[in-house]
Design a protein around this ligand. Structure first.
Ligand SMILES: Cc1cc2nc3c(=O)[nH]c(=O)nc-3n(C[C@H](O)[C@H](O)[C@H](O)COP(=O)(O)OP(=O)(O)OC[C@H]3O[C@@H](n4cnc5c(N)ncnc54)[C@H](O)[C@@H]3O)c2cc1C
Length: 341
């Protein structure tokens, strides 16, 4: 491991002062479950490691303002286990169920919201120190013609075909979350979908934060008419029951008016199928204004895979994505999960 300087500021502003404007020089150490692996594998070699362990406060707390539904702010330093088990986040099962399924108890007790959203991709070419792929200054993406069974299926226009690894991103996107971002000099708020980008070269990350910016918190405040009910859910297709990322994921949110079953304000997001988590306006449009049942859920699932261009080894993910979208919609509606027998 390359030598680095360790910083342990005792305040958020102390963290912001130490961050560097040049890409790759400083890394934030939250739970360390992604960063330390990368450093030990020579994938990331920062000169400064800036720990977030030295202070407490809203950065590590979940707070709520009463409302229908409530506005909930989650500090970026909140542990995944606390998101999974939060009473304040109960109206948002799309998010809590996704947090509860991440890895295993050890990772959920160390990993944080900020770390999940800002973790780097899991492409095995990127993660191999001997492979100089596009994201490490090389000239080609080896997954395009190589071992690509877990890579993107929405590949058009993407020179690098990673999938975004965060399973908290799709639920936060359908819940219309916003991010509070700060640097030493400035503060800004963005819709969470603007936090992500498809990296194509060395120095670019899977997120749009500048090297000297910190994600401070994420706020969920869905707007629905008085008396309406917010419905939301996520579904992951997995190879293993635990300790792995899913193969595909879908998150869904919509509301129904009092006494009605018609889906309105539909948002559907897809995970692990593209270099960024992906909102699917096409799938949302098919479900909008419809009563939710197996037929309309299946129609939305068909629309969700429009435009998919799988690679040589991952066409199977197209069918799995349809399953994930259909099941997420049905779960959100409160239907009994027929697939559980
Ligand atoms: C076996 C296994 C299975 C997993 N399965 C899943 C899964 O299904 N879904 C999923 O989402 N994740 C999964 N993960 C990843 C896990 O969620 C992340 O490792 C964890 O969330 C990272 O959080 P951390 O606090 O440890 O981040 P760290 O390792 O400390 O940081 C990760 C990166 O984020 C940056 N960062 C951290 N906080 C901030 C911030 N506030 N602002 C800006 N940048 C920041 C750091 O600089 C670093 O580059 C899995 C991990 C393992 C090991």
């Amino acid at each position: 491991m390359k030598n680095f300087t360790y910083y342990q500021p005792t305040s958020l502003s102390g963290v912001l002062k130490v961050l560097d404007e040049a890409a790759g020089k400083a890394e934030i150490l939250a739970g360390g479950t992604d960063l330390l692996d990368r450093m030990k594998e020579y994938i990331s070699q920062p000169e400064k490691v800036v720990s977030l362990v030295g202070f407490s406060g809203p950065f590590k707390e979940i707070s709520s303002i009463a409302g229908h539904p409530p506005t909930v702010t989650i500090g970026a330093g909140v542990k995944l286990v606390n998101i999974a088990e939060s009473e304040l986040l109960r109206p948002y099962p799309a998010l809590t169920s996704a947090a509860a399924q991440i890895a295993g108890p050890q990772i959920r007790n160390m990993g944080t919201l900020g770390g999940s959203l800002c973790q780097r991709n899991r492409c095995w070419y990127f993660r191999d120190e001997h492979v100089q792929c596009l994201l490490k200054g090389g000239r080609r993406c080896f997954a395009h013609d190589g071992e690509n069974q877990y890579h993107a299926i929405f590949t058009q226009g993407h020179p690098c075909v990673i999938v975004h690894p965060s399973t908290l991103a799709p639920p936060l996107m359908v819940l219309g979350a916003t991010c509070d971002i700060r640097s030493h000099k400035a503060q800004r708020q963005i819709p969470i979908e603007q936090l992500f980008q498809a990296p194509v070269k060395d120095g670019q990350r899977e997120h749009t934060l500048a090297p000297n910016e910190l994600l401070v918190s994420v706020t969920i405040a869905p707007k629905i008419p008085p008396g309406a009910t917010l419905r939301n859910a996520s579904y992951e297709v997995k190879q293993k029951e635990t300790s792995d990322w899913p193969i595909v994921q879908a998150s869904v949110a919509y509301y129904t008016e009092a006494g009605g079953q018609v889906a309105k304000g539909v948002r559907i997001a897809l995970g692990h199928v593209a270099p960024t988590p992906l909102l699917s306006p096409a799938a949302a449009k098919v479900l909008e204004g419809q009563e939710v049942n197996e037929k309309t859920a299946s129609a939305a699932a068909e629309a969700a895979v429009e435009g998919a261009r799988p690679l040589s080894q991952n066409a199977y993910k197209v069918q799995q994505l349809k399953v994930a979208v259909r099941r997420a919609i049905l779960l959100a509606s409160g239907a009994k999960p027929y697939w559980e027998g």
